[in-house]
Design a binder for this molecule. Structure first.
Ligand code: ZN
Ligand code: ZN
Length: 416
């Protein structure tokens, strides 16, 4: 048997058009509608009823973990997702290049994303990694750039803590904040970590401000990538791998570092796909083809599609609807054509609702579809929020991957 889990980020929606339909309901999705007819639908509360999920915690929950027990913060998944090695005791951050202007003793943030810098980030990262930190002996760091302004920062050394505040003011025109121990965790380790971080970002500014990449940017009239903002502090989570829990091996296909990082933390093997951008311009056909290829050497594959969430955050109903139609045509079309339906179970869902009116994640349950030889058909005939509410699977919380693996008879028995 084989398993495929597909999560379209922020897939769920609220009534948006004049007929009271969500983007998913308004989208023409003949392939998904046929799968709904042949399989069964339900509604899943990604974490629990009434809980507004982040993408990281929602994914942990859908993959079968209790996010309240295992989640330590986002930074570690960002580090893992861009290929950094994380060890026990390390503290990880989601980081990005930003633009600041010195005004008196303060560094005022003028662009939180350094003009979404497109080139030179890796040279800047190299310069950062040459910095020698002096304030706290025995602590080393690694900064790695990923796409555009994004990157990750890892601190390594004895006696570090994830309980520190961030330096991102989350607005332009405001000074970058200083790192400090969290009020509830004001101990030696947290103060030590904050001191390292404050020294790092000060030295980063000195290093980046006159870097040739930035001098060129200034000449070209672009914002200088002269500062680093870090947030999402996290230490190494204790997550038992899917393989040790179920005895099966999985692969992950995801353009976004966060999703790849979460799956890696759960023991999946990452597969690179050219053209998988983590955006609305992603190559969905390439992802479908890669999913089918990965299925030859793995028991199950988790494929993540991000664009639905981007359109939701952009509050662009037409973009979300069009992208869902593309998922149907360019991803599920070739995927269903290429798989052996007699030995494969498929699950499709979202990690939360990202409605157009709100432009951020909300608490509503998300439709979920199961298809495969062991799935009892229900009466549904289209894939959408209201149809899923009538589905034979009912409504539950998280654990979509364990259910998929269960259809393949891979679940360990609880009790005797
Ligand atoms: Zn998400
Ligand atoms: Zn989102």
């Amino acid at each position: 048997m084989k398993g495929i889990l597909v999560i379209a980020d922020g897939l769920g929606g609220r009534p948006t058009d004049v007929d009271g339909r969500t983007c998913l309901e308004a989208a023409e999705t003949p392939v998904l509608d046929e799968l709904a007819r042949l399989g069964a639908l339900g509604l899943v509360d990604p974490i629990g009823p009434g809980v507004r999920p982040g993408s990281d915690t929602a994914h942990l929950s859908l993959l079968g973990y209790d996010p309240y027990a295992v989640y330590t913060g986002r930074g570690v998944f960002e580090c893992l997702g861009i290929g950094m090695v994380v060890r026990e005791g390390d503290v990880c951050f989601r980081a990005n290049f930003a633009s600041v202007e010195a005004r008196g003793s303060e560094l005022v943030v003028t662009d939180r994303r350094a003009g979404r810098i497109e080139s030179g980030q890796h040279e800047l990262a190299e310069a950062l990694n040459a910095i020698d930190l002096e304030s706290v002996p025995g602590v080393s760091f690694e900064f790695r750039a990923s796409t555009q302004h994004r990157g990750a920062l890892l601190l390594r050394g004895d006696g570090l803590s994830r309980h520190v505040t961030e330096n991102d003011p989350h607005a332009t025109g405001k000074p970058a904040s200083r790192f400090a121990a969290e009020v509830d965790h004001d101990d030696e380790a947290a103060r030590r970590t904050a001191a390292v971080l404050n020294e790092f970002v000060e030295r980063a500014y000195e290093t980046l401000r006159d870097h040739p990449v930035n001098l060129r940017r200034i000449e070209d009239g672009k914002p200088s990538a002269n500062f680093v903002l870090a947030r999402g502090a996290a230490d190494c989570p204790h997550i038992e791998s899917i393989e040790s829990l179920y005895g099966v091996r999985g692969a992950v296909i995801a353009g976004g570092a966060l999703y790849r990082g979460v799956a890696l933390a759960c023991g999946m093997v990452p597969i690179d796909v050219a053209g998988a951008t983590g955006g609305l311009d992603t190559d969905l056909r390439a992802k479908a083809a890669a999913t089918l290829v990965a299925l030859e050497s793995f028991d199950y594959v988790f494929t993540h599609i991000k664009g639905t969430d981007n359109a939701g955050h952009d509050q662009d109903a037409a973009a979300k609807t069009t992208f869902i139609e593309r998922i149907d045509r360019e991803f599920f079309g070739p995927l269903i054509e290429g798989l052996d339906a007699s030995v494969t179970h498929l699950a499709f869902t979202g990690d939360h609702t990202t409605p157009i009116d709100f432009g951020d994640h909300t608490h509503e349950p998300v439709p979920v579809l199961f298809f495969g030889p062991n799935v009892a058909r229900d009466e549904t005939a289209a894939f959408g929020e209201r149809e899923a509410g009538r589905g034979g699977l009912g409504r539950w919380s998280g654990r979509v991957l364990p259910m998929l693996l269960g259809y393949n008879n891979w679940s360990p028995k609880f009790g005797s």
